[in-house]
Design a protein around this ligand. Structure first.
Ligand code: HOZ
Length: 430
Protein backbone atom coordinates (compact mmCIF):
# COMPACT_ATOMS: atom_id res chain seq x y z
CA UNK A 1 0.00 0.00 0.00
CA UNK A 2 1.33 3.40 -0.98
CA UNK A 3 2.57 5.51 1.95
CA UNK A 4 0.42 8.62 1.72
CA UNK A 5 1.96 12.09 1.59
CA UNK A 6 -1.10 14.34 1.67
CA UNK A 7 -3.76 12.96 4.01
CA UNK A 8 -6.73 15.19 3.38
CA UNK A 9 -8.78 16.50 0.53
CA UNK A 10 -9.08 20.27 1.17
CA UNK A 11 -11.85 20.74 -1.37
CA UNK A 12 -14.38 18.53 0.49
CA UNK A 13 -13.33 19.61 3.98
CA UNK A 14 -13.04 23.30 3.02
CA UNK A 15 -16.40 23.21 1.26
CA UNK A 16 -17.98 21.55 4.31
CA UNK A 17 -16.48 24.20 6.60
CA UNK A 18 -18.38 26.86 4.67
CA UNK A 19 -21.81 25.41 5.51
CA UNK A 20 -21.41 23.05 8.51
CA UNK A 21 -20.21 24.11 11.99
CA UNK A 22 -16.57 22.97 12.01
CA UNK A 23 -17.20 21.29 8.66
CA UNK A 24 -18.78 18.30 10.41
CA UNK A 25 -22.07 16.85 11.56
CA UNK A 26 -20.51 15.38 14.68
CA UNK A 27 -17.63 17.09 16.52
CA UNK A 28 -15.16 14.20 16.75
CA UNK A 29 -14.93 14.08 12.94
CA UNK A 30 -13.08 17.42 12.95
CA UNK A 31 -9.99 15.58 14.30
CA UNK A 32 -9.44 18.31 16.92
CA UNK A 33 -8.57 15.62 19.49
CA UNK A 34 -5.62 14.55 17.33
CA UNK A 35 -4.65 18.00 16.05
CA UNK A 36 -4.51 17.13 12.41
CA UNK A 37 -6.40 18.06 9.24
CA UNK A 38 -9.44 15.75 8.90
CA UNK A 39 -9.93 13.51 5.90
CA UNK A 40 -13.21 12.88 4.12
CA UNK A 41 -14.20 9.42 2.92
CA UNK A 42 -15.97 8.65 -0.33
CA UNK A 43 -16.11 4.84 -0.54
CA UNK A 44 -15.89 1.72 1.59
CA UNK A 45 -15.69 -1.95 0.68
CA UNK A 46 -14.95 -4.82 3.05
CA UNK A 47 -12.14 -3.75 5.41
CA UNK A 48 -11.10 -0.79 3.25
CA UNK A 49 -12.12 2.84 2.80
CA UNK A 50 -10.94 5.48 0.33
CA UNK A 51 -10.61 9.20 0.93
CA UNK A 52 -11.57 11.98 -1.47
CA UNK A 53 -8.05 11.84 -2.95
CA UNK A 54 -8.41 8.14 -3.69
CA UNK A 55 -6.06 7.05 -0.89
CA UNK A 56 -6.84 3.65 0.59
CA UNK A 57 -6.93 2.78 4.29
CA UNK A 58 -7.50 -0.38 6.29
CA UNK A 59 -10.41 0.75 8.45
CA UNK A 60 -10.56 0.07 12.21
CA UNK A 61 -12.92 3.02 12.81
CA UNK A 62 -15.77 1.10 11.10
CA UNK A 63 -18.02 4.15 11.34
CA UNK A 64 -17.71 3.94 15.19
CA UNK A 65 -19.04 0.39 15.36
CA UNK A 66 -21.98 -0.42 13.04
CA UNK A 67 -19.97 -2.25 10.37
CA UNK A 68 -19.34 -5.64 12.01
CA UNK A 69 -19.68 -7.19 8.52
CA UNK A 70 -17.39 -4.62 6.92
CA UNK A 71 -18.31 -1.94 4.38
CA UNK A 72 -20.89 -2.57 1.61
CA UNK A 73 -21.60 -6.23 2.41
CA UNK A 74 -23.20 -7.49 -0.86
CA UNK A 75 -26.21 -9.21 0.75
CA UNK A 76 -26.89 -6.22 3.01
CA UNK A 77 -26.73 -3.86 0.03
CA UNK A 78 -29.04 -6.13 -1.97
CA UNK A 79 -31.73 -6.22 0.76
CA UNK A 80 -31.45 -2.47 1.27
CA UNK A 81 -31.78 -1.78 -2.46
CA UNK A 82 -34.81 -4.10 -2.60
CA UNK A 83 -36.54 -2.04 0.08
CA UNK A 84 -35.45 1.18 -1.59
CA UNK A 85 -37.10 0.20 -4.88
CA UNK A 86 -40.45 -0.06 -3.08
CA UNK A 87 -40.22 3.42 -1.61
CA UNK A 88 -38.26 5.45 0.92
CA UNK A 89 -40.80 5.90 3.71
CA UNK A 90 -44.52 5.44 4.34
CA UNK A 91 -45.10 6.79 7.83
CA UNK A 92 -47.13 3.65 8.62
CA UNK A 93 -45.96 0.17 9.67
CA UNK A 94 -44.07 -1.77 6.97
CA UNK A 95 -43.21 -5.51 6.78
CA UNK A 96 -39.56 -5.02 7.78
CA UNK A 97 -40.47 -3.69 11.25
CA UNK A 98 -41.84 -6.99 12.67
CA UNK A 99 -39.09 -8.90 10.87
CA UNK A 100 -36.24 -7.02 12.57
CA UNK A 101 -38.26 -6.83 15.78
CA UNK A 102 -38.51 -10.63 15.88
CA UNK A 103 -34.74 -10.84 15.34
CA UNK A 104 -34.03 -8.48 18.27
CA UNK A 105 -36.44 -10.35 20.55
CA UNK A 106 -34.84 -13.68 19.72
CA UNK A 107 -31.25 -12.43 20.07
CA UNK A 108 -31.35 -10.07 23.10
CA UNK A 109 -32.07 -11.93 26.37
CA UNK A 110 -33.95 -9.03 28.07
CA UNK A 111 -36.12 -8.19 25.04
CA UNK A 112 -39.75 -9.26 24.73
CA UNK A 113 -40.80 -6.03 23.00
CA UNK A 114 -38.71 -3.40 21.19
CA UNK A 115 -39.35 0.17 20.00
CA UNK A 116 -37.23 1.42 17.09
CA UNK A 117 -36.00 5.02 16.92
CA UNK A 118 -33.38 6.77 14.76
CA UNK A 119 -30.25 6.98 16.94
CA UNK A 120 -28.59 5.77 20.10
CA UNK A 121 -29.32 9.15 21.68
CA UNK A 122 -33.05 8.73 21.07
CA UNK A 123 -32.86 5.24 22.52
CA UNK A 124 -31.21 6.28 25.79
CA UNK A 125 -33.34 9.43 26.11
CA UNK A 126 -36.51 7.35 25.71
CA UNK A 127 -35.26 4.65 28.10
CA UNK A 128 -34.62 7.22 30.85
CA UNK A 129 -38.06 8.78 30.31
CA UNK A 130 -39.61 5.31 30.49
CA UNK A 131 -37.78 4.54 33.76
CA UNK A 132 -38.92 7.85 35.26
CA UNK A 133 -42.46 7.28 33.99
CA UNK A 134 -42.66 3.79 35.49
CA UNK A 135 -41.09 4.63 38.87
CA UNK A 136 -42.40 8.18 39.26
CA UNK A 137 -38.88 9.08 40.41
CA UNK A 138 -36.51 11.78 39.11
CA UNK A 139 -32.89 10.78 39.88
CA UNK A 140 -30.62 9.03 37.39
CA UNK A 141 -27.27 7.35 38.06
CA UNK A 142 -24.62 7.28 35.31
CA UNK A 143 -20.87 6.69 35.27
CA UNK A 144 -17.99 8.99 34.36
CA UNK A 145 -16.59 8.20 30.93
CA UNK A 146 -19.76 6.49 29.74
CA UNK A 147 -21.32 8.35 26.80
CA UNK A 148 -25.00 7.81 26.09
CA UNK A 149 -25.54 10.34 23.30
CA UNK A 150 -26.24 14.04 23.72
CA UNK A 151 -29.45 13.93 25.82
CA UNK A 152 -29.38 16.74 28.43
CA UNK A 153 -29.78 14.49 31.47
CA UNK A 154 -26.90 12.30 30.34
CA UNK A 155 -24.48 15.01 29.13
CA UNK A 156 -23.57 15.64 32.75
CA UNK A 157 -20.14 15.66 34.36
CA UNK A 158 -19.27 14.47 37.82
CA UNK A 159 -19.69 16.98 40.62
CA UNK A 160 -17.09 17.27 43.35
CA UNK A 161 -16.83 14.17 45.47
CA UNK A 162 -18.31 10.75 45.02
CA UNK A 163 -22.09 10.22 44.83
CA UNK A 164 -22.73 13.92 44.41
CA UNK A 165 -25.02 15.49 41.88
CA UNK A 166 -23.86 16.32 38.38
CA UNK A 167 -22.90 19.58 36.73
CA UNK A 168 -23.78 20.45 33.12
CA UNK A 169 -21.41 18.74 30.68
CA UNK A 170 -21.92 21.55 28.18
CA UNK A 171 -23.42 25.04 28.05
CA UNK A 172 -27.14 24.88 27.38
CA UNK A 173 -28.01 22.34 30.05
CA UNK A 174 -29.73 23.92 33.08
CA UNK A 175 -28.18 23.13 36.46
CA UNK A 176 -31.65 22.01 37.56
CA UNK A 177 -31.49 19.21 34.98
CA UNK A 178 -27.88 18.23 35.74
CA UNK A 179 -28.61 18.12 39.46
CA UNK A 180 -30.97 15.18 38.87
CA UNK A 181 -28.08 13.00 37.67
CA UNK A 182 -25.58 11.33 39.97
CA UNK A 183 -22.25 10.65 38.26
CA UNK A 184 -20.13 7.88 39.78
CA UNK A 185 -16.73 6.36 38.96
CA UNK A 186 -16.97 3.29 36.69
CA UNK A 187 -16.14 -0.02 38.41
CA UNK A 188 -16.71 1.56 41.87
CA UNK A 189 -19.26 -0.71 43.53
CA UNK A 190 -18.92 1.09 46.85
CA UNK A 191 -19.87 4.41 45.26
CA UNK A 192 -22.99 2.77 43.85
CA UNK A 193 -23.83 1.38 47.30
CA UNK A 194 -23.36 4.84 48.84
CA UNK A 195 -25.56 6.46 46.22
CA UNK A 196 -28.35 3.98 46.89
CA UNK A 197 -27.89 4.26 50.64
CA UNK A 198 -28.37 8.03 50.39
CA UNK A 199 -30.91 8.35 47.57
CA UNK A 200 -32.14 4.85 46.72
CA UNK A 201 -35.86 5.59 47.10
CA UNK A 202 -35.52 8.52 44.65
CA UNK A 203 -33.44 6.78 41.95
CA UNK A 204 -35.45 6.01 38.80
CA UNK A 205 -32.64 4.20 37.00
CA UNK A 206 -28.99 3.39 36.63
CA UNK A 207 -27.68 3.61 33.06
CA UNK A 208 -24.29 2.33 31.96
CA UNK A 209 -22.32 0.80 29.12
CA UNK A 210 -21.87 -2.75 30.46
CA UNK A 211 -18.55 -2.75 28.61
CA UNK A 212 -17.50 0.85 28.10
CA UNK A 213 -16.45 1.88 24.60
CA UNK A 214 -16.71 5.66 24.85
CA UNK A 215 -13.78 6.25 27.20
CA UNK A 216 -11.85 3.72 25.21
CA UNK A 217 -12.65 0.09 26.00
CA UNK A 218 -13.02 -0.52 29.75
CA UNK A 219 -14.32 -3.85 31.02
CA UNK A 220 -16.53 -4.27 34.09
CA UNK A 221 -14.59 -5.76 37.00
CA UNK A 222 -15.87 -8.93 38.65
CA UNK A 223 -19.12 -8.29 40.53
CA UNK A 224 -19.63 -4.69 39.33
CA UNK A 225 -22.60 -5.39 37.06
CA UNK A 226 -24.06 -7.91 39.51
CA UNK A 227 -23.86 -5.34 42.35
CA UNK A 228 -25.75 -2.76 40.32
CA UNK A 229 -28.37 -5.34 39.33
CA UNK A 230 -28.84 -6.31 42.99
CA UNK A 231 -29.13 -2.71 44.23
CA UNK A 232 -31.55 -1.59 41.51
CA UNK A 233 -33.69 -4.64 42.21
CA UNK A 234 -33.82 -4.06 45.97
CA UNK A 235 -34.58 -0.32 45.69
CA UNK A 236 -37.16 -0.63 42.87
CA UNK A 237 -35.01 1.28 40.36
CA UNK A 238 -34.60 0.17 36.73
CA UNK A 239 -31.30 -0.99 35.26
CA UNK A 240 -30.62 0.32 31.74
CA UNK A 241 -27.81 -1.24 29.70
CA UNK A 242 -26.60 1.05 26.94
CA UNK A 243 -25.60 -1.63 24.42
CA UNK A 244 -25.46 0.73 21.46
CA UNK A 245 -21.85 -0.40 20.93
CA UNK A 246 -21.83 -3.86 22.57
CA UNK A 247 -25.19 -5.05 21.23
CA UNK A 248 -24.64 -7.75 18.58
CA UNK A 249 -20.89 -6.86 18.80
CA UNK A 250 -19.76 -9.06 21.72
CA UNK A 251 -22.21 -11.86 21.00
CA UNK A 252 -25.68 -12.25 19.49
CA UNK A 253 -27.10 -11.16 22.84
CA UNK A 254 -24.46 -8.51 23.56
CA UNK A 255 -22.81 -7.89 26.92
CA UNK A 256 -25.87 -9.05 28.90
CA UNK A 257 -25.44 -12.50 27.34
CA UNK A 258 -21.66 -12.53 27.89
CA UNK A 259 -21.89 -11.49 31.57
CA UNK A 260 -25.26 -13.08 32.39
CA UNK A 261 -26.68 -9.87 33.90
CA UNK A 262 -30.10 -9.00 32.54
CA UNK A 263 -31.20 -5.32 32.56
CA UNK A 264 -34.75 -3.95 32.64
CA UNK A 265 -34.19 -1.86 29.49
CA UNK A 266 -31.59 -2.36 26.74
CA UNK A 267 -30.61 0.46 24.40
CA UNK A 268 -29.37 -0.59 20.97
CA UNK A 269 -27.99 1.07 17.84
CA UNK A 270 -24.99 0.98 15.46
CA UNK A 271 -24.90 -2.70 14.32
CA UNK A 272 -28.70 -2.81 14.70
CA UNK A 273 -28.98 -0.52 11.66
CA UNK A 274 -26.16 -2.17 9.69
CA UNK A 275 -24.91 1.31 8.80
CA UNK A 276 -28.27 3.05 8.51
CA UNK A 277 -29.50 5.42 11.28
CA UNK A 278 -31.33 3.10 13.69
CA UNK A 279 -31.63 2.97 17.48
CA UNK A 280 -33.96 1.01 19.72
CA UNK A 281 -34.92 0.37 23.32
CA UNK A 282 -36.19 -3.01 24.42
CA UNK A 283 -37.27 -4.89 27.51
CA UNK A 284 -39.76 -7.29 29.06
CA UNK A 285 -43.49 -6.89 28.35
CA UNK A 286 -44.19 -5.40 31.78
CA UNK A 287 -41.74 -2.55 31.07
CA UNK A 288 -42.41 -1.97 27.39
CA UNK A 289 -46.20 -2.09 27.87
CA UNK A 290 -45.80 1.32 29.57
CA UNK A 291 -44.77 2.86 26.23
CA UNK A 292 -47.47 4.73 24.26
CA UNK A 293 -49.85 3.89 22.71
CA UNK A 294 -50.25 0.86 25.03
CA UNK A 295 -48.99 2.71 28.08
CA UNK A 296 -48.72 6.38 29.01
CA UNK A 297 -45.01 7.14 28.40
CA UNK A 298 -44.94 9.10 25.15
CA UNK A 299 -42.26 8.80 22.47
CA UNK A 300 -42.60 9.19 18.71
CA UNK A 301 -40.67 9.64 15.47
CA UNK A 302 -41.69 10.30 11.88
CA UNK A 303 -38.96 8.13 10.41
CA UNK A 304 -38.80 5.53 13.20
CA UNK A 305 -38.98 2.05 11.62
CA UNK A 306 -38.06 3.45 8.20
CA UNK A 307 -38.32 0.52 5.75
CA UNK A 308 -34.92 1.08 4.08
CA UNK A 309 -33.12 1.32 7.43
CA UNK A 310 -35.05 -1.66 8.82
CA UNK A 311 -34.14 -3.74 5.76
CA UNK A 312 -30.44 -2.93 6.19
CA UNK A 313 -30.48 -3.77 9.88
CA UNK A 314 -32.62 -6.88 9.42
CA UNK A 315 -30.23 -8.37 6.87
CA UNK A 316 -27.25 -7.57 9.08
CA UNK A 317 -28.80 -9.37 12.06
CA UNK A 318 -29.89 -12.27 9.86
CA UNK A 319 -26.31 -12.75 8.62
CA UNK A 320 -24.98 -12.62 12.18
CA UNK A 321 -27.50 -15.23 13.32
CA UNK A 322 -26.68 -17.55 10.40
CA UNK A 323 -22.90 -17.13 10.24
CA UNK A 324 -22.22 -16.94 14.02
CA UNK A 325 -18.91 -15.07 13.49
CA UNK A 326 -18.04 -14.42 17.15
CA UNK A 327 -15.31 -17.07 17.43
CA UNK A 328 -13.62 -15.72 14.30
CA UNK A 329 -13.96 -12.13 15.58
CA UNK A 330 -12.40 -13.16 18.91
CA UNK A 331 -9.40 -14.66 17.10
CA UNK A 332 -8.93 -11.55 14.95
CA UNK A 333 -9.26 -9.22 17.93
CA UNK A 334 -6.74 -11.33 19.86
CA UNK A 335 -4.29 -11.27 16.92
CA UNK A 336 -4.44 -7.47 16.84
CA UNK A 337 -4.19 -7.14 20.63
CA UNK A 338 -1.19 -9.43 20.91
CA UNK A 339 0.57 -7.68 18.05
CA UNK A 340 0.04 -4.25 19.61
CA UNK A 341 1.34 -5.46 22.97
CA UNK A 342 4.40 -7.06 21.34
CA UNK A 343 5.32 -3.96 19.33
CA UNK A 344 4.86 -1.43 22.13
CA UNK A 345 6.75 -3.78 24.44
CA UNK A 346 9.65 -4.11 21.97
CA UNK A 347 9.95 -0.34 21.81
CA UNK A 348 9.59 0.18 25.56
CA UNK A 349 6.52 2.38 25.11
CA UNK A 350 4.18 2.52 28.15
CA UNK A 351 0.99 1.00 26.76
CA UNK A 352 -1.92 -1.21 27.69
CA UNK A 353 -4.58 -2.85 25.53
CA UNK A 354 -8.14 -3.37 26.77
CA UNK A 355 -10.15 -5.74 24.60
CA UNK A 356 -13.25 -7.87 24.52
CA UNK A 357 -13.96 -9.75 21.30
CA UNK A 358 -13.64 -7.45 18.29
CA UNK A 359 -13.52 -4.12 20.16
CA UNK A 360 -10.30 -2.82 21.70
CA UNK A 361 -8.32 0.27 22.68
CA UNK A 362 -4.56 0.83 22.83
CA UNK A 363 -3.97 3.25 25.72
CA UNK A 364 -0.55 4.93 25.97
CA UNK A 365 -0.23 4.45 29.71
CA UNK A 366 1.27 1.75 31.91
CA UNK A 367 -1.62 2.03 34.35
CA UNK A 368 -4.38 -0.58 34.41
CA UNK A 369 -7.24 1.31 32.69
CA UNK A 370 -10.31 0.50 34.79
CA UNK A 371 -12.21 3.83 34.74
CA UNK A 372 -12.15 7.31 33.18
CA UNK A 373 -9.49 8.63 35.60
CA UNK A 374 -7.01 5.91 34.64
CA UNK A 375 -7.97 6.24 30.97
CA UNK A 376 -7.08 9.94 31.20
CA UNK A 377 -3.58 9.04 32.40
CA UNK A 378 -2.82 8.13 28.76
CA UNK A 379 -0.31 10.17 26.77
CA UNK A 380 -2.74 11.85 24.37
CA UNK A 381 0.07 13.80 22.69
CA UNK A 382 1.77 10.53 21.76
CA UNK A 383 -1.59 9.15 20.63
CA UNK A 384 -2.08 12.16 18.30
CA UNK A 385 1.33 11.62 16.66
CA UNK A 386 0.63 7.88 16.43
CA UNK A 387 -2.78 8.50 14.81
CA UNK A 388 -1.29 10.78 12.15
CA UNK A 389 1.64 8.45 11.44
CA UNK A 390 -0.77 5.54 10.96
CA UNK A 391 -3.03 7.63 8.71
CA UNK A 392 -0.03 8.51 6.52
CA UNK A 393 0.65 4.76 6.28
CA UNK A 394 -2.89 3.89 5.21
CA UNK A 395 -4.34 2.75 8.55
CA UNK A 396 -7.46 4.47 9.94
CA UNK A 397 -8.13 4.21 13.69
CA UNK A 398 -10.57 6.40 15.68
CA UNK A 399 -9.32 10.03 15.89
CA UNK A 400 -9.34 9.99 19.70
CA UNK A 401 -7.55 8.09 22.46
CA UNK A 402 -10.91 7.59 24.15
CA UNK A 403 -12.68 5.47 21.55
CA UNK A 404 -12.78 1.81 20.48
CA UNK A 405 -11.11 0.20 17.49
CA UNK A 406 -13.29 -2.35 15.71
CA UNK A 407 -12.44 -5.52 13.78
CA UNK A 408 -15.02 -6.85 11.31
CA UNK A 409 -15.61 -10.18 9.57
CA UNK A 410 -14.17 -8.45 6.49
CA UNK A 411 -10.72 -7.96 8.12
CA UNK A 412 -8.41 -10.78 7.02
CA UNK A 413 -5.41 -11.99 9.02
CA UNK A 414 -3.30 -10.34 6.31
CA UNK A 415 -5.08 -7.01 6.96
CA UNK A 416 -4.24 -7.30 10.65
CA UNK A 417 -0.62 -8.29 10.00
CA UNK A 418 -0.24 -5.39 7.53
CA UNK A 419 -1.73 -3.01 10.09
CA UNK A 420 0.72 -4.29 12.72
CA UNK A 421 3.65 -3.71 10.35
CA UNK A 422 2.43 -0.12 9.89
CA UNK A 423 2.08 0.27 13.67
CA UNK A 424 5.70 -0.81 14.06
CA UNK A 425 6.80 1.63 11.33
CA UNK A 426 4.68 4.47 12.77
CA UNK A 427 6.05 4.07 16.31
CA UNK A 428 9.59 3.86 14.93
CA UNK A 429 9.05 7.19 13.19
CA UNK A 430 7.98 9.01 16.37
N1 HOZ B 1 -18.24 8.39 20.99
C1 HOZ B 1 -18.98 8.37 19.73
C2 HOZ B 1 -19.02 6.92 19.24
N2 HOZ B 1 -19.68 6.04 20.15
C3 HOZ B 1 -18.33 9.27 18.70
C4 HOZ B 1 -19.05 9.27 17.38
C5 HOZ B 1 -19.64 10.62 17.07
O1 HOZ B 1 -19.92 11.39 18.00
O2 HOZ B 1 -19.80 10.91 15.87
Amino acid sequence: MQETEKISNPSVVERARKVLPGGVNSPVRAFTAVGTEPISLVRGSGSRVWDADGREYIDFLASWGPLILGHSHPAVLEETKKALENGLTFGLTNPYEPLIGEAVVSMVPSAQKVRFVNSGTEATMSAVRLARGITGRKLIVKFEGCYHGHYDSLLVSAGSGVATFGIPGTPGIPEDIARLTLVLPYNDGEAVEEAFFRYGEEIACVILEPVAGNMGVVLPERGFLEKIRELTQSYGSLLIFDEVITGFRLSEGGAQEVFGVIPDITCLGKILGGGMPVGAYAGPDEVMSEVAPVGKVYQAGTLSGNPVAMACGFKTLQILRESKPYGELENKGKRLEEGLKEITGERGIPATVNRLGSMLTLFFTDEKVRDFETAKSSDTKLFSKFFKALLERGILIPPSQFEAWFVSTAHSDEDIDTALEKVRSALKSL
